[in-house]
Design a protein around this ligand. Structure first.
Ligand SMILES: Nc1nc2c(ncn2[C@@H]2O[C@H](COP(=O)(O)OP(=O)(O)OP(=O)(O)O)[C@@H](O)[C@H]2O)c(=O)[nH]1
Ligand SMILES: [Mg+2]
Length: 281
């Protein structure tokens, strides 16, 4: 798949993040619970330096709960991490206690230095379409941050105050220029974090079908198929996607598959698996 996944505005976004970081007390790194590794920017640790960080795995309503638990156990060995669903509000109440814990030492030391008490500044960072703005709206109980079901909705940085105590910085989604592993690109495209305009939907769908057959073969039932390998033709046939002359419209079938996968209609699916060989995945 030869896609241009690093649009021009990304370099600007990286600069914006780097500039704003000096004002920030703690960073929320938002990842996708379906991709606890692949959705996370490998450049972020370097950008953050020693800044405190809370990792949040969002969209847990779409991820396989078994895998989410496994990942939480694994990732918790490295840094604080929670899983939640920003649209449903499930798990959101874990955020404030975790943030408080992470900034207590810093705020105490500022107080000891005689700095007047001020709000705690939190940057929310992550790849496009991961739910940064949705999460901020969930925390404010309003719709101050613009959201949308496609990458690249938030363009500039935006500060939003909550509970009179925190200032949250919404940021545009950031990708990185090169994927070491081609599969990461496919996975990010499959969940909708890379724009649909810049790759071949049929090629992506074919990859997704291979992946599903290997890891979640029961998904074929959605299209009245058994556990045989699903094809775009079979989906098109099941959904009556026909071109003139009776040929099957495989592009339409690809669009249906991707939409339903992203909405969770194929079930709760995690695409980063800790040990691909585990028998019960
Ligand atoms: N199922 C599900 N969908 C979610 C969740 N959180 C956000 N979404 C959806 O994901 C899409 C993107 O949400 P945004 O909040 O705009 O994402 P963003 O990270 O701000 O995106 P950019 O500004 O483009 O970088 C929207 O359609 C949301 O409704 C979640 O927890 N579960
Ligand atoms: Mg946004």
């Amino acid at each position: 798949m030869n896609i241009q996944w690093y649009p021009g505005h990304m370099a600007k976004t990286k600069r914006l993040l780097a500039e704003q970081l000096r004002w920030v007390d703690v960073v929320i790194e938002l990842g996708d619970a379906r991709l606890p590794v692949s959705s996370r920017n490998p450049l972020l640790p370097q950008l953050l330096g020693s800044k405190s960080k809370l990792l949040i795995l969002n969209k847990s309503d779409l991820a396989d709960p078994l895998w989410t638990n496994r990942w939480l156990t694994e990732l918790r060995k490295v840094s604080p991490v929670i899983a939640l669903s920003a649209t449903r509000g499930e798990g959101v109440s874990q955020i404030m206690p975790n943030l408080n814990r992470l900034v207590t030492a810093k705020m105490d030391s500022l107080k000891a230095k005689g700095v007047r008490s001020r709000t705690i500044r939190v940057m929310v960072a992550g790849i496009p379409n991961i739910g940064k703005s949705t999460l901020i709206n969930q925390l404010t109980g309003g719709a101050q941050a613009k959201t949308g079901n496609k990458p690249g909705v938030t363009r500039g940085n935006q500060w939003i105050r909550i509970h009179d105590r925190f200032d949250l910085l919404d940021t545009p989604g950031l990708l990185w220029p090169k994927f070491d592993d081609q599969e990461v690109g496919y996975k990010l495209a499959a969940v909708g974090s890379i724009s649909d305009d810049i790759f071949d939907l049929q090629e992506l769908s074919a990859w997704l079908l291979d992946w599903l057959y290997l890891h979640y073969p029961q998904t074929g039932q959605r299209y009245n198929l058994g556990i045989e390998k699903i094809t775009l033709e079979a989906i098109g046939r099941a959904r009556g996607c026909l071109l003139q002359g009776g040929r099957i419209d495989t592009l339409k079938a690809a669009q249906i598959l991707l939409r339903e996968f992203r909405q969770g209609n194929l079930g709760r699916i995690t695409m980063d698996l800790l040990e691909p060989g585990l028998p019960d995945n």
